[in-house]
Ligand binder design. Structure first.
Ligand code: ADP
Ligand code: TPW
Length: 569
């Protein structure tokens, strides 16, 4: 409309926001309407963008974040002011923590009233609130700055280490008018939003020397490696060097989990025994025991490939930092020598890993092959693993405590960027948001494997899934509570224990309320059948999978992080 000078000579803030996004090939908005952005959502749809409306902004934000992770383009979340903004802010902070590019665009109330704290409708200084939790935060006050504002937000979200950006759009801005010709000139098409960052030659050489000194090398792939889409380079590096590798949970599938060089089944062994570790897009945070302690065994040298220079030495000394984008860094390593001429790891090292793998895999197979009644995490996950093996393109969303820990190690991934989980924070509530974001972005089916507690955080988005008829199958591992369902109130009072839910809840009935298909299963055979049928139907479905309520452990594998009181209650 803004280009149609014959029918109108002025445009407005609403149109400029949409024009600026479209000019940068952003075609989807995840959001929730209300004052002052309802017309912005309407206009987006009218102008050919996809607007996916949610029931709570946190899930719209999570959908935007995962879209950003999948595509390297910032996902957009649109909310109203104050409470809507704050609901979205959790997702923005989570995106920043996980290095996912997204932009949270929120309408805001009258600046004059907000700044004097005179009590406006949904009054809040949103820009100030967003700053500590975002990679960058901007406010646009003049319609002619919308183009620049959107351009800055895009560039901040995707360049360097990706993250969440907040863009504040006061209500008054949206209705400001601007001459069409000036408006057109004010728009910016961002050129090379995430420039390649080539590593320095001496840094490459240093990394190579450290690698050549290795007796027991290991490559560790993180979700930064998956994000970088340097799939071929990474595969070449792994295969040409012959070095065993470990994927972090969201890097699973970068090479298929069945790859002979995968050391996943010997994780503890390789972490402790390796002497040189090449970190590719993975931080030495709590998920990797901060690179030290018992998990990491004896002294070792790290080579760290990362785009963020300040990540280096964050927890332990890094012998060889390699700063740049992963594609460029891995290519430089290949060109400088790891592409050939480097000795393969010793048969001793590879043999010891294989021995551990065989032993651990035999142990796991024995557990998986049991058929207890009621079904437990292992027997249920065996069913899911076997069905998903036949659908390597399916996107897998996974959250919970035990449900997350067991699914991560039991369900194999075969393709990159197909597994989306609780990530760096270990957050609950990403489930339906990520599922919707992944389905909308890829056009492919999604299976969400959810603890019953985890599911509850975003459960109402089942309506969203049904409304857009998305091919999402949610499997609720129903063990009647947080971690498990067996705790009791020690006082004998009427309230149940803090971890316990309604017994025998029928989550399958919830999706039926919105026209989706519900399944109630109690055995692995029923689960296999239900999941196969649901995937084949390609329609919204929920499988209520009844799990032994005593099967889970407190906090899954993180029991040790629970503070211990001196006195047992
Ligand atoms: P994981 O949880 O899988 O271990 P993290 O989220 O901790 O992974 O680490 C991802 C790392 O990848 C971050 O330090 C981030 O700076 C880095 N990163 C993200 N994108 C790129 C890229 N394109 N090139 C290089 N490093 C990247
Ligand atoms: C936003 C704390 C970690 S895991 C979990 C909670 C509440 C749920 C575990 O029970 P669930 O899984 O989902 O039934 P399972 O397989 O063990 O039975 N609030 C937020 N994030 C986190 N991580 C929590 C609370 C938590």
């Amino acid at each position: 409309m803004t280009t149609d000078t014959s029918s109108t000579e002025v445009t407005d803030g609403f149109h400029l926001v949409i024009d600026a996004l479209k000019l940068n090939d952003i075609n989807t908005i995840f959001g929730l309407v209300g004052i002052p952005i309802t017309d912005l959502a309407r206009l987006a749809q009218a102008e050919g963008m996809r607007f996916i409306g949610f029931r709570h902004e946190q899930h719209a934000g999570n959908a935007a974040a995962i879209a950003g992770y999948m595509t390297q383009k910032p996902g957009i979340c649109l909310t109203v002011s104050a409470p809507g903004f704050l609901n979205g802010l959790t997702a923005l902070a989570n995106a920043t923590t996980n290095c996912f590019p997204m932009i949270l665009i929120s309408g805001s109330s009258e600046r004059e009233i907000v700044d004097l704290q005179q009590g406006d409708y949904e009054e809040m200084d949103q820009l100030a609130a967003a700053k500590p939790y975002a990679k960058a935060a901007y406010r646009v006050l003049h319609a002619e700055d919308i183009g620049i504002g959107v351009a800055r937000a895009i560039r901040a979200a995707v360049s360097g280490r990706p993250g969440g950006v907040y863009l504040d759009l006061p209500a008054k801005l949206l209705s400001q008018t601007l001459d069409v010709a000036r408006a057109k000139q004010s728009l910016v098409r961002v050129v090379d939003a995430a420039p390649r960052q080539i590593p320095a030659r001496d840094a490459v050489e240093r990394a190579l020397q450290v690698l050549k000194s290795a007796k027991r090398p290991l490559i560790l792939l993180g979700k930064g490696a998956a994000y970088s889409q340097a799939d071929n380079e990474i595969r070449t590096l792994v295969e040409k060097t012959g070095i065993p590798y470990l994927p972090m949970s969201m890097a699973k599938g970068l090479l298929p989990d069945t790859h002979p060089q995968s050391a996943s089944a010997a994780r503890s062994f390789v972490l402790a025994e390796s002497d040189v570790v090449v970190l590719i897009g993975a931080r030495l945070n709590w998920l990797l025991s901060h690179g030290k302690g018992k998990t990491w065994g004896g002294p070792k040298q790290f080579i760290q490939i990362d785009i963020s220079p300040t990540e280096i030495d964050s927890n332990v000394a890094i012998a060889a930092p390699l700063i740049g984008d992963i594609g460029s860094c891995v290519s430089a390593l290949l060109a400088a020598g790891t592409g050939g001429g480097m000795e393969k790891p010793s048969a001793d090292w590879l043999g010891a890993i294989q021995e551990r793998k065989d032993k651990n895999m035999a142990g796991m197979a024995a557990r998986l092959n049991q058929n207890p009644a009621p079904m437990n995490f292992h027997s249920a996950l065996r069913s899911i693993r076997d069905v998903l093996k036949m659908h390597p393109d399916i996107n897998l969303v996974n959250e919970g405590a035990n449900t997350l820990d067991f699914a991560r190690s039991i369900i194999d991934q075969y393709r990159p960027r197909k597994r989306f989980d609780s990530g760096t924070w270990g957050i609950m509530g990403i489930g339906m948001g990520y599922a919707i974001g992944a389905a909308v972005t890829s056009g492919l089916p999604v299976v969400a494997v959810e603890g019953d507690s985890a599911f509850g955080f975003s459960g109402m988005e089942l309506e969203t899934i049904c409304r857009y008829n998305l091919p999402v199958t949610t499997i609720v591992f129903n063990n009647n509570g947080v971690y498990r369902g067996t705790d009791v109130n020690p006082t004998g009072g009427a309230d149940v224990a803090p971890t316990v839910f309604v017994k025998g809840a029928r989550y399958d009935k919830v999706i039926e309320a919105f026209g989706g298909v519900g399944y109630h299963v109690t055995t692995p055979a029923e689960l296999t059948q239900a999941l196969s049928d649901a995937i084949a139907a390609g329609k919204p479905a929920l499988i209520n999978a009844v799990i032994d309520e005593s099967a889970g452990t407190e906090s899954g594998r993180l029991t040790n992080l629970n503070p211990q009181g001196a006195k047992k209650k």
